[in-house]
Ligand binder design. Structure first.
Ligand SMILES: Nc1ccn([C@@H]2O[C@H](COP(=O)(O)OP(=O)(O)OP(=O)(O)O)[C@@H](O)[C@H]2O)c(=O)n1
Ligand SMILES: O=P(O)(O)OC[C@@H](O)[C@@H](O)[C@@H](O)CO
Length: 422
């Protein structure tokens, strides 16, 4: 088993428990955590996760295994790890990758600063990869550096849109029933073909469901099932819930999951995933204003226009020179779009301060950050040559910050200063 990223002695210590705005609603999360016994403080339930990531992605039809295919220049698996890391009560995340992809996986962990990750060697089938992950968590293994959890989540590494609420639901249900899994309504009807390739019979769609992920199990239940199951199961099986039923007589509780639990399987799924991720990160914007009174009007006008288009618009009118706490919190809450409005000055000090704060925050490690630097220039007071100089400055800035995944755009607005009537 390979613990954590290179240079570490074991799984990297858990990172801060950031309640990302896309985590479950706090109240719902608290009540579900209480039910699951995972809330911080009291003896909380020990929960770990196993992510099978050892496939070759044959149906994707590209040389790169799909878990390492890029979305917005970042590997798909990194989004799934981020989703699980957002859940602070999952104490260890064990990822099963093939030996040939071990170094790639370590570099992803290091580049995107993923925490609580341990790596194990994948198997030739998904079930064997999962079993490999479970062995790493079982204390009966000589080289196991991880403590055995009470409940283990199993989640495909290529299902990036998993939220805290469904994880809490399956863990809560697994604690009570021994096993639990997310399900979704069937989109197509399931039919059974006869030997001659014709229809034998069809299943009543309303009485059946699609088995999705995440799934969760009392660790002892699923570990026992994997230890008991046949090579045929390990080779051809696709359903962990069935192993718990067949070998441990444990009937899994079925939990209705959200539409976004689908698995990235075909190339079209990557395009869909990219659209969803763009939608998620584009729905929040922060307008950074100077505190000068006469600028606020511009900020409010901009806020009204943006609110008619986006879900979350924040306006901070703290001058950046004070490195406002409000702006720091907005950055910590993972806003990725900023409009920096410089009304009275054509220089870039304000925008530069914002860019420095963004670079120090490492916010752009996970997603590209967009900054629009807006400058109002009185075309009578500012000669055209200075406008061109301003434009060139923005261009130079944008080249420099692009290396940090920050996309800087400039907007120069020339306006006639209101004529003061005698
Ligand atoms: N030997 C394997 C095969 C699959 N998986 C993982 O199981 C998850 C779901 O499997 P699937 O979608 O079938 O992935 P692939 O096997 O890679 O896809 P394909 O069947 O198209 O080759 C994926 O995260 C995949 O990496 C695994 O850990 N070990
Ligand atoms: O068969 P695949 O390897 O594509 O998918 C594996 C699982 O995700 C799939 O079987 C779900 O239905 C959950 O059991």
């Amino acid at each position: 088993m390979e613990p954590g990223p290179p240079g570490s002695s074991g799984p990297v210590e858990p990172g801060p428990c950031l309640s990302g705005q896309r985590g479950a609603d706090h109240a719902a999360s608290a009540s579900l955590q209480s039910a699951a016994g995972t809330e911080p403080g009291r003896h909380s339930l020990a929960v770990a996760a196993v992510l099978p990531a050892g496939g070759c992605g044959e149906r994707m039809g590209v040389p790169t295994p799909k878990q390492f295919c890029s979305i917005l220049e970042r590997p798909l698996i990194s989004y799934t790890l981020q989703a699980l890391e957002r859940v602070c009560w999952i104490k260890d995340i064990v990822v099963a990758v093939t030996g040939e992809n071990m170094e790639v996986m370590k570099s992803i962990i290091q580049k995107y600063q993923h925490k609580r990750i341990s790596l194990v060697e994948a198997g030739v089938t998904r079930h064997r990869s999962i079993f490999s992950g479970l062995k790493a968590l079982a204390e009966d293994q000589l080289n196991s550096k991880l403590s055995k959890p009470e409940v283990v989540i199993i989640h495909d590494a290529v299902r990036p849109f998993v939220e805290e609420d469904v994880l809490l639901k399956v863990v809560t249900a697994a604690k009570e029933h021994g096993a639990a899994g997310a399900i979704r309504p069937l989109v197509s009807t399931v039919i059974s073909p006869s030997a001659d390739g014709c229809l034998d019979h069809s299943l009543e769609r309303a009485r059946h469901r699609a088995s999705e992920m995440p799934q969760a199990f009392l660790f002892d239940v699923i570990y026992e099932a994997y230890q008991q199951c046949t090579d045929y199961d390990l080779e051809f099986g696709t359903e962990c819930l069935q192993l718990a039923l067949k070998y441990c007589r444990t009937k899994a509780k079925l939990v209705e999951g959200s539409p976004d639990l689908w698995k990235v399987t075909y190339k079209r799924d990557l395009y869909a995933a990219e659209s969803i991720i763009k939608e998620i990160i584009s729905q929040e914007i922060c307008v950074v204003m100077d505190s000068k009174e006469d600028n606020k009007h511009v900020g409010h006008l901009l806020e009204e226009v943006l609110k008619s288009e986006l879900n979350h618009v924040k306006v901070t009118s703290e001058a950046l020179c004070h490195a406002g706490r409000h702006l720091q919190q907005i950055i910590l809450d993972q806003c990725y779009n900023f409009v920096c409005v410089n009304v009275m000055t054509s220089d870039f000090q304000e925008t530069q301060k914002l860019l420095s704060m963004l670079e120090e925050s490492n916010l752009s490690i996970l997603y590209p950050v967009v900054v629009v630097s807006v400058h109002f220039l009185d075309f009578k007071l500012v000669p055209p040559s200075q406008k061109m100089e301003n434009l060139m400055q923005i261009k130079e800035f944008s080249k420099k910050v692009k290396e940090r995944n920050i996309l800087l755009y400039g907007l120069l607005i020339s306006y006639p200063q209101a004529e003061i009537q005698p």
